[in-house]
Structures are given as C-alpha cells and as structure tokens.
Design a protein around this ligand. Structure first.
Ligand code: T3D
Length: 261
C-alpha cells in the first residue's frame, strides 16, 4: 500500500511513522486512519521492526479528526461507524502490537490525536508539546480509547478535569501528572528520541510483547487471573533465545546482544 498521509521509514530495526499533513497539524482523515492501521499491521508482521516511533510532521503531533474534511465532504459524519471501523481498530492494533511504540510528541496532541499518543507505550514530549481532550469543545465525547486510557494513566480526578474542560495541558504539567515519561528541550528532542529508539531496537522484543500483553490483561482482571497470565507468558519468555542470551551475558559479565527471538 502506498501512503498519502503518513511516512513509513524503516531503518536499522527502527520504524518511524510520521503523520504527514502539517498544514492541518496532522489532522486525521479517513485515509490516514486506514494507512495507520495498515502501517501498524505491517509493523507487527515484519520481524525486522523492533520498535516503532510515532511522530508528527511540522509543528504539531496530531490535532485529532480533520474537522474541515467532514464539512468539505458535505455528508453528515456517522460517528459510530467511523469509530468502529477506523479509530477503534487502529487503537487495538497499537495496544496489541507485540513491540514497543514510542510517541514522540513534537507538538500539540488534540482529540483523537491525544488518544493515539495515549495508546503508545511511552510518551516523550518536546518542551513545546501540549495535550488537550478537545472533544468537549465541539460537543463530543472523548473517544479512541481516551475514556479508558486517560484515567488509568493519570487517575480519575485529573482525567475528569481534562475530559470535562478540554483545557490545554503543557508538557511540564503533563510530566507532573504522569501523562508523559519525559519532557525534552525542543533542540534536543530528535536526539533523545533517536537514542531511546536505538535502545529499544536492541531490546528483547518478544519479552516486551509479553509484558505489554500481561499489563493489558492485568488492567481489567483479578490478581489471581493476572498471576495465571504472568505464568503463561513467563513460560513463553523463558523459551526465547533472548532469555538464554540475557542469562549468558550476565554470567559472562558482558552486554547482551538481543535478536528479538
Ligand atoms: O469525525 C471523526 O473522525 C470523529 C472523531 C472525532 C475525534 C476527534 O478527534 S474530535 C476532536 C477534533 N479536534 C479538535 O477539535 C481540535 C481542533 N484544533 C484546535 O483546537 C487547534 O487547532 C489546536 C489547539 C489543536 C492548535 O491550535 P493552534 O493555535 O496551535 O493552531 P491553529 O491555528 O488552530 O491550526 C493550524 C491550522 O491547522 C489551521 O488551519 P489554517 O487556518 O492555517 O488554514 C487549523 O484550521 C488547522 N487545524 C487544526 N486542527 C484541525 C485543523 N484542521 C482540521 N481539523 C483539525 N482538527
């Protein structure tokens, strides 16, 4: 599939997906959503991809649904259909991807653009980045996983504030509330993201996939069920070549060379 609205660049085990409609702060069209679903499916299928970096072109990360496109089409938006067929499968692809996803939040992340950032495993924000649950400002309900992810990330009190007010949160405030992992000065942002991506490109990818699966499972199951799930996944992790390599490297006092196998 040739992409019109995103860039898909794979180099040295690092897949960089760039939302590429900078003139509208990378607002999401239907085309972009289908392209992202395809890109994350490819990322899952391609063993040479060990980490995904999701970022935006220009000064924004993603401003959410393209509000102008909806008006330009002249058709009323069937929100239920749009969510069930595009946003929801995208979020599920991301959450189920057995590889780490780093959101490199280079600018504003609004509405579903913020939801997509929340669906990533790690969020690194540039100093000038900001986050807003813009939905309520246009009379909508937070979607694309925000109502599920945001309270789990920042707690119910803060999540309700953000969702009900739609106010803009700066990168430092986002860090203080646990919404992002790190805030980086704009001038150092690209280097810090690259360094982190290289670290994950050399990580034991299968174990990371199992960690994602266990955490996702544990979020809505009992302790007993989560313990069972851990045992199931640890059994799989224990049979990986990377586990053998990790133990050997430790005993030989050297750095492990993980191959993601
Ligand atoms: O329809 C469906 O798909 C259903 C699903 C809905 C899920 C949602 O995401 S609903 C929420 C949609 N998003 C928003 O409501 C955010 C709208 N944008 C803003 O509030 C502001 O643009 C920002 C706070 C994100 C950034 O503000 P600022 O001042 O930095 O930039 P700006 O000047 O407002 O925007 C720059 C340009 O991008 C501007 O175009 P222009 O005037 O230069 O030609 C603006 O119109 C355009 N733009 C920004 N956001 C969107 C957009 N164009 C279309 N859709 C957008 N979402």
């Amino acid at each position: 599939m040739a992409y019109e609205t995103i860039l898909y660049e794979l180099q040295d085990r690092i897949l960089r997906i760039t939302l590429n409609r900078p003139e509208r702060l990378n607002a999401m069209t239907e085309t972009m959503r289908y392209e992202l679903i395809d890109a994350f499916t490819r990322a899952g299928d391609d063993a040479s991809v060990r980490v995904v970096v999701l970022t935006g072109a220009g000064r924004g990360f993603c401003s959410g649904a393209d509000l102008a496109a909806a008006v330009e089409s002249g058709q009323p938006v069937d929100f239920g259909h749009v969510l069930r067929n595009t946003y929801n499968p995208l979020i599920m692809r991301m959450r189920c991807l057995p590889k780490p996803i780093i959101a490199a939040v280079n600018g504003v992340a609004a509405g579903a653009g913020m939801s997509v950032a929340l669906a990533c495993d790690l969020r690194i924000a540039a100093d000038s980045a900001s986050f807003l649950q813009a939905f309520v400002k246009i009379g909508l309900v937070p979607d694309s996983g925000s109502t599920w992810l945001l309270p789990r990330l920042v707690g119910l009190t803060r999540a309700m504030d953000l969702m009900l007010s739609g106010r803009k949160v700066s990168a430092p405030e986002a860090l203080a509330m646990g919404l992002v992992n790190q805030v980086v000065p704009d001038g150092e942002f690209a280097d810090v993201v690259d360094k982190l991506a290289r670290e994950y490109a050399g990580a034991p990818t299968r174990a990371i996939g199992y960690i994602k699966q266990a955490v996702e499972f544990g979020l809505d199951h009992s302790l007993e069920a989560a313990l069972d799930k851990e045992a199931e996944l640890q059994e799989l992790a224990g049979k990986t070549a990377d586990h053998q390599e990790g133990v050997s490297a430790f005993l030989q006092k050297r750095s492990p060379q993980f191959r993601g196998e």
